[in-house]
Design a protein around this ligand. Structure first.
Ligand code: FE
Ligand code: FE
Length: 317
């Protein structure tokens, strides 16, 4: 048994913001033996053997009302996003240029399929019936899913499936999908910590995986551009195309709706939050919709910039 790496250690893994910006891992570091030992054999095992547990959700998060609606709105969106990511990853596995990439992206595919499951399962734990979860997922799929996730998926599949472009696909997934969503997930982990510790734990686990995905994805691009600097222009063009797409997507509306429901929830149940701080010096109970959205947006921009610099693509956004 080799020493537990920091990023797979529940007690010591960095948060998304530092981890997603600074951690350096290659596909060779995170191959199948790594995943089987440290992710399946340790990180996930500690969830099932009960050494890592969450407290109970506040009653308020389990009763019908805006707080639970906020959770349903967010977690149905997440489950759909994760499922699309898992499907798209099958093309990265197919086009993997070497064994390290084949192994790493196979593990990422399983991670994303697992995330799709845990977000969905958590809604059952929050008191919805299976049928209610299924109906809520369908509703979100035809609303924010169709507005945001479907166009993103179409863009990713054009690169991955239609063009068979492995490196373009890694870039799209790392920068335009995971790089954008990971900081929102960090916000979520902090928002739910007291109101629904189970939800926060689901986010934390997924976020620990995301840190690995972001770190490895960006080192794949870095390595590629080190060997093939002539490809830089082409990848920059792809990023710009993706950024233009993002500008057209109503992600702000989706986040506004999510945070509005959450705001109604804290207006109703703020006493549960006490002096809990969402970030140093700021009590969650005092925050507003725009303030949380702005923070997540800034985290997202800073994370992307740090990752792009590591990929030798600085200045791209
Ligand atoms: Fe994921
Ligand atoms: Fe991921």
């Amino acid at each position: 048994m080799t020493a537990l790496p920091l990023e797979a250690d529940w007690d010591n893994a960095p948060g998304v913001l530092e981890g997603a910006r600074e951690l350096q891992l290659t596909p060779g570091d995170c191959d199948l033996p790594y995943w089987l030992e440290h992710v399946a054999g340790s990180m996930l095992r500690r969830l099932t053997d009960g050494t890592v547990t969450a407290g109970a959700a506040a009653e308020a998060a389990r009763r019908p009302g805006p707080l639970r609606d906020a959770l349903v709105d967010e977690f149905t969106f997440r489950t759909l996003a994760e499922e699309k990511a898992a499907r798209a990853l099958s093309f990265l596995v197919f086009h993997a240029p070497d064994r390290d990439c084949l192994e790493f992206f196979s593990t990422q595919l399983i991670d994303e399929a697992r995330h799709a499951r845990v977000f969905r399962e958590h809604l059952v734990e929050a008191g919805l019936s299976e049928a209610e979860v299924a109906a809520a997922v369908v509703r979100t799929a035809s609303g924010s899913g169709a507005a945001v996730l479907d166009p993103l998926e179409a863009f990713g599949l054009h690169v991955l499936r239609d063009q068979g472009d492995f490196y373009g696909g890694v870039l799209v997934l790392t920068v335009l999908v995971e790089g954008v969503l990971a900081p929102a997930a960090e916000l979520s982990e902090r928002k739910w910590r007291l109101l629904d510790p189970g939800a926060a734990l689901v986010e934390r686990g997924a976020n620990m995986d995301e840190i690995r995905h972001l770190a490895v994805g960006s080192s794949v691009i870095r390595q590629y551009l080190t060997e093939r600097p002539g490809e830089r222009e082409r990848l920059l063009g792809l990023l710009q195309e993706g950024r233009r797409l993002w500008e057209k997507l109503p992600m702000e509306e989706v986040l506004f709706r999510r945070e509005s429901l959450f705001q109604q929830g804290i207006a109703e149940h703020g006493e549960l939050l006490g002096d809990y701080e969402i970030w140093p010096g700021r009590r969650l109970v005092d925050t507003g919709i725009e303030e949380r959205m702005t923070a997540a947006e800034r985290w997202s921009r800073e994370t992307q910039e740090a990752r792009l610099a590591h990929m030798l693509l600085d200045g791209a956004l």
